[in-house]
Structure formats: C-alpha cells, structure tokens
Design a protein around this ligand. Structure first.
Ligand code: VAH
Length: 310
C-alpha cells in the first residue's frame, strides 16, 4: 500500500484524493503532523506522524505493509527564510528517513518533490535547461538541491527507486498553500471573489513558472507509473505548463471580474522570486515519459473562479 507524508499540505491533500481514487481508499494511508480536512480524514486511514521521526515512520510502514511513499512534507521558501534550521531539519531528515527505508528494502518506491527553487540568480532564466548552473540563494532551494543530489546518490549507489519533479508554483482551490512565494497566484483568486481587489506581494512584471494542481498531480502519477528504466533523471525532472506575471494573471481575472483591481506592495518574497527562472525547459520529461500539460492560464482561471465561487 501507499503512505503519503504531509497529506494535509497543498499538494498532499490533492494527491491523497487522487491516489485513493486510483487505488482505493484502503490502499492509501494519509499522514501528517497535524489533522486534515474532514473528507481527507474520513475517506481512509490517517496517522498523526512526524516525518522526521524514523522509528514511528518505520512502525507505520510495517503495520500497513507500505511499499510506496510520497514525501510531501516540507517547509516552503518564504517560511524557510524565517526558520532556516527548522526548515533544513524537516526537509532533509524526512528525506533521509524515506531513502534509508528504501535502502533497507522496507519500501520499494519513493516520490519526492523538488522545485524550481533549486535554480538561483545566475541560472539562465528563460527556458531553464534540465542541466545548468544551480546556485540557489534560499534555504528551501538549498535543501531541494541537496535533496536532489542525495536522491541521485541513493539511486546509483543502492538502487533506490526514487523519482522526483521540480514543481513550478502550484495553483489549487481545494487547500490553501502554506508559506510559498508563488502563493500570490492562489490568494489573488480568493481576494478577487471576496473583495474585488488584491494587494500583491510581488512586482507586476515578476514572471514565474506556474502550473494548475491537476497537471501537477497528473505528472506525479504518470512519473510513478513509468517503468523504472525509462526514468533516466534520478535527481529531479524539470516540469512546466505556463509562465505568467502578476500583471498577466490580473488581466486574465479582469476578463471575468471586470471591476477587479490589483495593487503591488513587494515584500521580502520579491528577492526570492527574482532568484528563480521565468520559464522552464521540460523537454526531458516529455521525451522520457510523455509529459504534456492540460491547463493554461485561461483554463486555470475558469476552474479557480468556478470552484471558489461555489
Ligand atoms: C514556494 N510553492 O513558493 C513553493 C514552490 C516554486 C515554488 O517551491 O516555495
């Protein structure tokens, strides 16, 4: 069966629903350091679990006969700048725990998310290649780059079947995001509907790689279902769907809510966003396992406003 760590997070919540849909509720165990939403808790087994606690994790894996782990627990870019040591501890020790379970043959397969945050200020910003300069300037980015190196090492050294995606900023409506720099692209829809206005914490021209959550979940399930020998990249795959700036998403929302007004009040997250690419080359993912996104900005706006309005 499958264990999701960080099942109450922005990605974890949707991943839990999707995996339960695919494999049946009883095959997917959700866990998090805090309790989740009603329907996440009621649709299958749930364990309160600190992903950095190896002994408890090992017990849960044995009890439920887990063979696949999705490690979605992490501290994201903005929060990690405020608590560097805690971010490093959570992001790295949870990964070591899961990699070591696989090394000791206690589980068979791992999914671990990386991020465009692994790229830094001197990375080529347009159509950032799969292999390029990576000098991340955030605690979160450093932890993700280091995590990628460990995944690649455990695969080649111990044969661990770990797979990873460099997610762009993710837009979803089922759960609020937590502590990310790209979270403005979720907040803006909530505010547009609730108040008809939004004070954006990034400058209007800050173009960033983004993706609607359904595409991120599709890519995750597709990568995990790919036969091992076709998964050539064992650090983490670049993944892309669209790129836009606050000005462009505001313009798109205005086509649906004409009176919507945006203002710009950049804060400390501007420096984080400025260190990241503005578009990503994901041709390796397309070649190796047939990746193709479904959602562009217009389709994303329609789904977000449609679901948040309800
Ligand atoms: C963050 N949403 O903002 C996450 C993600 C690429 C951004 O890693 O930190």
């Amino acid at each position: 069966s499958i264990l999701i760590l960080g099942a109450c997070g922005q990605i974890g919540t949707e991943l839990t629903f999707a995996l339960r849909e695919t494999y049946g509720n009883e095959s997917v165990i959700a866990s998090d350091i805090r309790e989740g939403s009603e329907n996440l808790m009621d649709s299958g087994s749930f364990e309160l679990l600190d992903a950095t606690d190896y002994d408890v994790l090992e017990e849960v894996v044995a009890y439920y006969e887990i063979d696949e782990v999705y490690l979605m627990a992490a501290m994201l870019s903005a929060t990690a700048e405020k608590f560097p040591e805690r971010a490093w501890n959570l992001n790295m020790n949870s990964l070591f725990n899961v990699l070591n379970l696989a090394k000791d043959k206690k589980i068979k397969k791992i999914f671990w998310p990386s991020s465009i945050a692994v790229f830094g200020p001197n990375t080529p910003k347009t159509n950032t290649p799969q292999n390029t300069i990576m000098e991340p300037s955030t605690v979160y980015g450093i932890s993700k780059q280091s995590g990628e190196r460990w995944c690649d090492y455990y695969h080649h050294k111990f044969g661990v079947d770990v797979r990873s995606l460099r997610y762009p900023g993710l837009i979803s409506w089922k759960t609020q995001p937590g502590g990310g720099t790209t979270d403005y692209a979720v907040e803006i829809y909530h505010k547009a509907l609730a108040e008809g206005a939004y004070g954006c914490f990034l400058n209007e021209d800050t173009k960033l790689p983004m993706m609607f959550m359904d595409d991120a979940i599709k890519a995750t399930q597709q990568l995990m279902a790919t036969e091992a020998e076709k998964v050539k990249v064992r650090s983490s795959y670049n993944l892309s769907a669209m790129s836009f700036s606050p000005k462009e998403i505001a313009q798109n929302i205005k086509e649906h809510i004409p009176e919507f007004e945006i203002s710009y009040k950049p804060d400390f997250r501007q420096d984080i966003a400025d260190s990241w690419p503005n578009s990503i080359d994901d041709s390796k993912a397309r070649q190796d396992w047939g990746w193709k996104p479904d959602f562009d900005l217009e389709k994303t706006t329609k789904v977000m406003l449609g679901n948040l309005k309800a």
